[in-house]
Design a binder for this molecule. Structure first.
Ligand SMILES: [Zn+2]
Length: 329
């Protein structure tokens, strides 16, 4: 294990930069490190994916070498999408591991990393019960965790790990003994304990969902206001530029992006508080048809999968319901 009091030489977080050792492991070093990884993966916390809590084992495990956590194959994709300045992802079995990388995994691991990255515990974590919404919600969760740092302790990860003392909540502080083991001391009562007391942590973080807003082109179905017979003939899809402001709930659309940028009066708009957002159809060519439905009106839209997911995420904190499962009818 890396000695306490200094950061592993392989990894530095700070100013958003992660520098990983590029040292190429010899065959002997690789073999040794495969054994070290297997040993780390036998620890209970590391056997559960750091993000989705699914089962992880050496053969199929991935790791974020920069953050120091073990994750499943599915969540390795989420980490990759964060960018290599946040997470460097390696396969435990298929990549060649050098000593520096494994040192960092040892000095963090899922248990300690959760105390930094989930210091303020998330009140809700996406689970399989979210059904088809789970993958999108996992992506939102991971973005909230690492990009907005919605749950993390203060400061940078490498500083947090070695800070001594580290002030905590309600008069508690964390100290390190001469072997680098952490203990907790409560100044008002002079109580000392090895286990992190609940009172030393902040309450769970409720607002995971932030109104980030969104903007971009979508196709909007128009026509069909006339009598029923004519309806089908008059229907068409118009490209419109949609804007949902950050922090807002009013979705507006414009004929051009310039109109939106200049703050012109929109061609139409819809208050999305309490709306139902649901997928209508996913075509074989990947086109997603979806509906935003409020008491006043319905907007029928279509887009690529990626655009749909962007808008579903942006609308989730505002709408009463966002559903990724195609709805019949
Ligand atoms: Zn996972």
């Amino acid at each position: 294990m890396a000695s306490s009091g200094e950061s592993p030489r392989s990894v530095m977080h700070g100013d958003g930069i992660v520098v990983l050792s590029t040292h190429k492991a010899s065959a002997k070093e690789q073999a040794r490190n495969a054994e070290r990884l297997k040993s780390l993966l036998s620890e209970p916390h590391n056997k559960q994916c750091f993000e989705c809590e699914g089962d992880v084992e050496f053969r199929t495990a991935w790791a974020s070498v920069s953050i120091g956590v073990f994750i499943c194959a599915g969540c390795s994709g989420l980490h990759r999408s964060l960018g290599t300045h946040i997470s460097r992802v390696k396969s435990c079995a298929a990549d060649d591991w050098n000593d520096d990388w494994v040192d960092n995994m040892e000095s963090w691991g899922n248990k300690r990393a959760s105390l930094f990255w989930e210091w303020r515990p998330p009140a809700r974590r996406p689970t399989p019960a979210d059904g088809r919404n789970q993958s999108r919600r996992m992506r939102e969760f991971v973005a909230a965790k690492y990009m907005r740092r919605a749950f993390s302790a203060a400061g940078e990860a490498h500083e947090w790990r070695v800070a001594d003392p580290l002030p905590l909540e309600n008069g508690w502080a964390r100290y390190a003994d001469e072997f680098g083991r952490h203990y907790f001391h409560h100044t008002p009562s002079d109580e000392t304990t090895w286990e992190l007391p609940d009172a030393a942590r902040p309450p769970p973080c409720l607002p995971v969902l932030v109104r980030t807003g969104a903007r971009g082109w979508l196709e909007k179905k128009s026509g069909g206001h006339e009598e029923r017979g004519k309806m089908k003939l008059l229907q068409k899809w118009d490209r419109r530029y949609f804007v949902l402001p950050a922090g807002g709930a009013e979705l507006s659309y414009y004929k051009t992006e310039d109109d939106a940028a200049r703050g012109e009066h929109p061609a139409g708009s819809l208050r999305c508080d309490g709306a139902e957002v649901f997928l209508k159809e996913v075509r074989d060519d990947g086109v997603h048809r979806f509906t935003i439905k409020t008491r006043e009106r319905e907007l029928k839209l279509r887009s690529s999968k990626r655009e749909f997911e962007t808008w579903a995420s942006a609308l989730e904190p505002i709408a009463a319901e966002v559903d990724d499962a195609p709805r019949a009818g």
